[in-house]
Design a protein around this ligand. Structure first.
Ligand SMILES: NC(=O)c1ccc[n+]([C@@H]2O[C@H](COP(=O)([O-])OP(=O)(O)OC[C@H]3O[C@@H](n4cnc5c(N)ncnc54)[C@H](OP(=O)(O)O)[C@@H]3O)[C@@H](O)[C@H]2O)c1
Length: 294
């Protein structure tokens, strides 16, 4: 059974994924920045007589990643799956977002998943196997106003994962992007300030305030009918057990519809086009030299 590392496992998709992989019989390394907040996860696991190895990992602390993965290999022998799930949302118009919020969003949602992948790749290359799964978003393929920071981070994650794919497939390492509609998780509560919909410190006199508030009000009004995070948790187990031929996975009908609208071509057509343009087939096939020009 697989050794599965998940980031941000104390709530939302991360918690649902930890439960789903544990139910599947996999060994779950459930990471979170504050392991004292693992109570909900531990109780949910215990209710089904399941277990997870809870470890501390702050995804913005890249200096700790090498030691973290060495520890996992020392204790579990290998790393089969990395689920890059941890993420934050800092809604707001570009003029209103602080530089700090913009940088933290990029750091957490886009740079951390790549640096975690970079840290685990030597292990997966040695194993000649592994799966890196990125939790993306519809904001990674469609930009909506009032959400520039989050959109920037998820577009970066989408593009970089697509680029990474054929760098590492020659070692049997697979990557996937999971796209989700709207789910009732902690991310929306964490992004607002108490009873206000806007994050703490949002400029009182912003000209964008009415627009951003109305967008957030619409999102929060739709939350009660949002999908359950368990849908994503279960899908992640399917992705981890798939053959890697598919890059983008939609978790629900909303994601499916947006993907179909924003991507005129199928995943396979897009992949073929990119492989041709990138000229990467020989590399993917494990050759050391490009073919002689015809
Ligand atoms: N909910 C949706 O509708 C939706 C839709 C599409 C994509 N997503 C994506 O799904 C992923 C999970 O979010 P969620 O919806 O499940 O929200 P969530 O319940 O708020 O979970 C986010 C997790 O990320 C963790 N996290 C944040 N910063 C971290 C850091 N520096 N180091 C380690 N962990 C950190 C949080 O930990 P703390 O509790 O310590 O903050 C939390 O465990 C995110 O990448 C999000 O962008 C969500």
């Amino acid at each position: 059974m697989a050794i599965v590392v998940i980031t941000g496992s104390n709530s939302g998709f991360g918690l649902a994924a930890a439960l789903a992989f544990a139910r599947n019989g996999d060994t779950v390394v459930a990471t979170m920045r504050d392991p004292t907040r693992a109570t909900t996860l531990r109780e949910a696991l215990a209710a089904e007589e399941l277990e997870a190895d809870v470890r501390s990992l702050d995804v913005t602390k890249a200096g700790t990643f090498a030691d973290f993965f060495s520890g996992v290999v020392r204790d579990h022998g290998r790393v089969d799956v990395l689920v890059n799930n941890a993420g934050i949302l800092r809604p707001g118009a570009l003029e209103d977002i602080s530089e700090e919020a913009l940088r933290l969003t990029m750091e957490t949602n886009a740079i951390a998943p790549l640096l975690l992948a970079k840290a685990v790749l030597p292990i997966m290359r040695k194993q000649e196997a592994g799966y890196i799964i990125m939790i993306s978003s519809l904001s990674g393929i469609a930009g909506l106003p009032g959400d520039v920071a989050y959109t920037a981070s998820k577009f970066a994650l989408e593009g970089s994962t697509e680029a990474l794919r054929h760098e590492i497939d020659r070692w049997g390492i697979k990557v996937a992007l999971v796209l989700c509609g709207m789910y009732a998780t902690g991310i929306f509560a964490a992004s607002k300030n108490k009873d206000e919909l806007l994050p703490a410190g949002y400029p009182m006199n912003s000209v964008y305030r009415p627009f951003v508030v109305s967008r957030l009000a619409e999102i929060h009004a739709r939350l009660p009918e949002a999908f359950s995070p368990s849908v994503v948790g279960n899908l992640l187990v399917d992705v981890a057990n798939s053959d890697g031929s598919r890059l983008r996975w939609s978790a629900d009908p909303v994601a499916e519809r947006v993907l179909a609208t924003m991507f005129a071509h199928s995943d396979a057509e897009r992949d073929e086009f990119l492989r041709n343009v990138g000229g990467s087939d020989w590399w993917s096939d494990g050759e050391l030299q490009p073919p002689e020009p015809k």
